[in-house]
Design a protein around this ligand. Structure first.
Ligand code: SAM
Ligand code: F3S
Length: 443
């Protein structure tokens, strides 16, 4: 039987989809890229932005014919599934199953019941014990030398714009020994770089009695023989502890990159967002990290057009970005999400064209900063992990530096895909570097 999975959203969702494939393989489903030949279609959703619910109904509408013609089983998982639950089954009569963010492990049974007994089901329970994040068959299959690994899920913060605490629940952390065992298994499969995932990774371990803290977990993973690079995302500025800063100095396999979402440079907006810090506190932490580890690259998320954002408040964001000099940035246009505090308390009063203009201005500013930083690297030698063919074609390969910069480069005889290589940077654009292979690095 064939399974088609469509994934929206973040890395965590991509990893969840890999897990769906793994779970369904044990029930004799093979993945396919062709939706028409699928016996089972799973839509793994994200509801952080946009009109996510509407998009789900449109996708289901497109697949309705397949259901009618050949009885394809249709399922929706992820954040929209968690948020809408029963309502999805009511509004889409041809939908078979809805599974929330803590219920993926129930999927094989739900699919079987849909197939054998035409039973439609919804599973959206939340669990405080992270058993549902553990897989008897180990971490999902990986392609290449990079792997994602979930270490915690959920968020106990209360950012007024964010639907994640509602869709992913409260923080739960996996046992550190299970995480270490997964890293060892990934290394056995050829993985050299692991990206630790969680909504708030640096809150890891707070909920487990006697468990390792996040810096202690990093230290333990750093000792796994064969692991060359450790990354993590996403961190909250409040939880950037001195011990975590120390880890960037002490752990040789922890990459020099920190994604630390600021969201706005204005204290008034940060307060309406309920982020729990002021800009001054944020920048002090960045300065301390840079003082201890000057090579570290810092990237961020920013929201423009939050309710009530004035031109002056937006300009505070521009000047914060100039002052910090981020290596890269994800910019988002505010969209009110159901059940969030900001959607209930504030009017979405920044006109769409003003939001679009601020989005453009912020991106322009960051593009110039990124280009300047990348140009400064021309002539430098960088260690990269070779990921595969470059999108630019022309027989070029692509890899990333420890600071997470993309390098497109001309390989030489010593270059081996999925291995480390050394390149010399010969040119730069705002989004990537251009390099030439020097030699394969000694492993
Ligand atoms: N845990 C992360 C943090 O500490 O900020 C954020 C997780 S969220 C899934 C990813 C990004 O989406 C956020 O950093 C924020 O910039 C953006 N985002 C979340 N809700 C949003 C909304 N309602 N409108 C626009 N952007 C939003
Ligand atoms: Fe969302 Fe804030 Fe948590 S952005 S994931 S509520 S830290």
């Amino acid at each position: 039987m064939k399974l088609y999975v469509q994934t929206w959203g973040c890395q965590m969702n991509q990893l969840d989809s890999a897990r769906i494939v793994q779970l369904m393989k044990s029930a004799d489903y093979e993945p396919t890229d062709c939706v028409e030949e699928a016996d089972l279609i799973i839509l793994n959703t994200c509801s952080v932005r946009d009109k996510a619910e509407q998009k789900v109904y449109s996708a289901l509408g497109r697949w309705r014919k397949l259901k009618e013609e050949k009885g394809t089983v249709l399922g929706v998982g992820g954040c929209v599934a968690q948020q809408e639950g029963e309502a999805l089954l009511r509004r889409a009569p041809h939908l078979d199953l809805v599974f929330g963010t803590h219920n993926m492990h129930k999927l094989p049974r739900m699919v079987e019941e849909a197939r054998e007994a035409a039973r439609r089901s919804v599973e959206t329970a939340f669990y405080r014990d992270p058993f549902y994040l553990e897989d008897p068959s180990g971490p999902p299959e990986v392609d290449g030398a990079k792997a994602y690994l979930t270490i915690m899920q959920g968020c106990n913060k209360v950012c007024s714009f964010c639907i994640v605490p509602r869709t992913r629940g409260r923080e739960v952390s996996r046992a550190s020994e299970n995480i270490v065992r997964d890293v060892e298994e990934l290394v056995r499969r050829g993985v050299k770089e692991v990206m630790l995932l969680g909504q708030n990774v640096n809150s890891y371990g707070r909920t487990g009695e006697g468990e390792r803290s996040f810096p202690e977990l990093l230290e333990r993973i750093n000792e796994v023989p064969g692991i060359r690079r450790i990354r993590f995302t996403t961190s909250h500025p409040q939880d950037l502890s001195p011990e975590l800063v120390d880890a960037f100095v002490r752990l040789e396999n922890l990459c020099e990159h920190l994604h630390l979402p600021l969201q706005s440079g204005s204290d008034a907006v940060l307060s309406r967002m309920r982020r729990g810090y002021r800009f001054g506190e944020y920048i002090e932490r960045i300065k301390e990290l840079r003082r201890r580890r000057p090579e570290v690259a810092i990237t961020t998320d920013m929201i423009v057009g939050f309710p009530g954002e004035t031109e002056e408040e937006f300009e505070e964001t521009l000047s914060a970005v100039r002052e910090i000099g981020y290596d890269d940035m994800f910019t988002f246009t505010y969209s009110p999400r159901p059940h969030t505090v900001s959607a209930k308390v504030y009017r979405d009063d920044v006109p769409e064209e003003v939001k679009a203009d601020r989005y453009r201005r912020l991106q322009e500013l960051q593009k110039g900063i990124s280009l300047g930083k990348n140009r400064n690297l021309i002539g430098a030698e960088e260690e990269i992990l070779v990921e595969g063919p470059s999108r630019l074609g022309r027989d070029q390969l692509m890899g990333r530096t420890r600071t997470n910069r993309i390098v497109n480069f001309a390989p030489n005889d010593a270059t081996v895909p999925a291995e480390m290589a050394r390149v010399r940077v010969v040119d730069a654009t705002p989004n990537s570097l251009v390099g030439e292979a020097i030699e394969a690095s000694v492993l």
